[in-house]
Write a protein that binds this ligand. Structure first.
Ligand SMILES: Cc1ncc(COP(=O)(O)O)c(C=O)c1O
Length: 392
């Protein structure tokens, strides 16, 4: 049986007509950049998240960049974030000449270990970027408390967490800014690159709108240096057409996660979740035992499972075994940011962020897309069970 990591064609089949109509409308309008389709998309995302302002931009990466630009962050400034994330989070800080300052992750959620943030704050710290990794919110109350105590800006990297909630609020709407990505593999994916920033602050929203069009306001008059961070009308129209399905897709992902939890519990493997595992592991021992599969834990209100990530021993061998049996998986992220070559001047070393390094070494994302069938999920668990030598 073939089980891809993600099957975008399966989703496309179910909404083909709506997408064709959306694309057709843009073609008929011949209005390709910003304009009414992007505006409608912004209004729809703002309504979905209960955010007063949404600003369509060219990608999730540019969403992060433009928020930092809007705060005037640059050389000499420090921005606190996690080393266990996609490159874009940290790349945005470095591109502006500011200094990324890392805080290790919490092994239960893979998000910022909030109790370690305060130690990293200096007179140069300007912002914190919590990342809601894999679709689960970081501990935003703790982040906001520290930020307000020290007068810091909070930019939520919500690229993987659209629709997730924290304390009743939508992911991305708690900090000063929330950044979404519409990269095709995200829960709400475009047919190309796209992104969105949400904010509760009208002044910040206005600044973002100016910055995304080269800082031009009025046209051809520049008080700020911005860039071309505009969202295409085609992507805006596609996102608007897909948004009404997002909650169903999210429920599909969530029920697939519960099904995996059940199947693993019945598998005869030694199963724990990240919370049990973090509590019971011997001091300093971050490895997992052979045949132990550590499942993700839902700590906050609505994990949207952009990824369902397990933690295992012999991860790379397991990945190869699954691949050989037609099952797609992915390692997010094999090299934490503090040991990336391009950041070597920051002076970090291997060993500085042990939880991030252990996660990079032991985690594996399994197929979790909404259309995944019972048989496919059973096949994934069965194949993992066979790898660890569990008899049928
Ligand atoms: C955590 C995180 N941040 C930022 C990004 C950047 O988004 P994009 O690919 O739309 O530029 C992504 C996704 O790719 C991501 O997963």
């Amino acid at each position: 049986m073939n089980v891809p990591l993600l099957d975008l064609k399966a989703q496309y089949e179910t909404i083909k007509t709506e997408l064709e109509q959306a694309i057709h409308a843009v073609m008929e309008s011949q209005h390709f950049i910003l304009g009414p389709h992007v505006q409608r998309c912004e209004e729809a995302i703002a309504a979905y998240c209960h955010a007063p302002h949404a600003i369509g931009v060219s990608s999730g990466s540019d969403a992060l960049l433009i928020c930092l630009m809007a705060e005037g962050i640059g050389p000499g400034d420090e921005v606190i974030t996690t080393p266990y994330t996609f490159f874009a989070t940290v790349g945005a800080i470095a591109r502006l000449g500011a200094t990324p300052v890392f805080v290790d992750i919490d092994p239960v959620t893979y998000n910022l270990a909030v109790d370690q943030i305060a130690d990293k704050i200096t007179s140069r710290t300007k912002a914190i970027i919590p990342v809601h990794l894999y679709g689960q919110s970081a501990d935003m109350q703790a982040v906001m408390d520290i930020a307000s105590k020290h007068g810091l800006v909070v930019i939520e990297d919500a690229a993987q967490s659209i629709g997730a909630r924290y304390d009743g609020r939508s992911s991305g709407t708690i900090g000063h800014y929330g950044c979404f990505s519409f990269f095709p593999s995200k829960n709400l994916g475009a047919a190309g690159d796209g992104g969105m920033v949400v904010t509760n602050d009208p002044k910040r929203a206005e600044r973002l709108r100016i910055l995304r069009a080269h800082g031009s306001h009025p046209k051809y008059y520049h008080r700020l240096v911005g860039g071309n961070f505009r969202l295409d009308a085609l992507q805006g129209a596609i996102i608007s057409a897909k948004l009404p399905h997002l909650d169903d897709w999210t429920e599909g992902r969530r029920s697939n996660a519960r099904r995996y939890d059940r199947l693993f519990a019945e598998s005869g493997l030694i199963v724990s979740d990240t919370r049990d595992w973090a509590q019971t592991r011997p001091d300093g021992e971050m490895l997992v035992r052979d045949r132990n599969v550590v499942l993700p834990t839902e700590v906050t209100e609505r994990h949207v499972f952009n990824q369902y990530v397990i933690r295992v021993d012999r991860r790379d061998e397991l990945k190869a075994h699954l691949q050989k049996n037609g099952i797609g998986t992915e390692v997010y992220y094999p090299v934490p940011m503090h040991v990336q070559e391009c950041f070597k001047d920051l002076g970090y070393n291997r060993g500085d962020f042990p939880e991030s390094e252990a996660a990079a070494e032991h985690t594996l994302a399994l197929p979790i897309y909404p259309e995944l069938s019972d048989e496919q999920a059973a096949c994934v668990v069965h194949t993992i069970r066979a790898f660890f030598g569990q008899p049928d």
